[in-house]
Design a protein around this ligand. Sequence first.
Ligand code: ATP
Length: 121
Amino acid sequence: MRAYLRSFTYALSGIRFALKSERNMRFHCGAAVVVIALGLWLSITVTEWCLILLSIALVMSLELVNTAIEQTVNLASPNQHPVAKAAKDVAAGAVTLAAFFASIIGLIVFGPPLWRFVTGS
Ligand SMILES: Nc1ncnc2c1ncn2[C@@H]1O[C@H](COP(=O)(O)OP(=O)(O)OP(=O)(O)O)[C@@H](O)[C@H]1O
């Protein structure tokens, strides 16, 4: 049990590191808070909550993996190298792709109720 708790502490410290060092991670956190507040305000359905929470988890998890890859590349290749560039760019591409599709899910879920709110229909 103590070993599990220790692993959990390490995991939390990894998340703290990413929050401190990565502007994008702080942005994703802010966006998640806004989206959760919107979901509560608009009383979205259980299925919609599942989609939104999965999207948040996917984007933030990929940002953590991206941070881990950046740190590893910085350690392995402090000098410029095309393979180091490819590794960092591909990892960044993964986050961008997930964020793009998460935005589309957000539009699908929040678009219609927000539109109804704005137009009063
Ligand atoms: N060792 C390297 N060799 C070659 N190109 C690199 C190297 N390190 C970084 N780069 C290039 O510079 C870009 C920016 O790298 P950097 O280390 O600043 O990460 P980052 O993109 O700032 O990440 P973030 O903005 O998410 O913190 C990379 O995406 C990559 O294209």
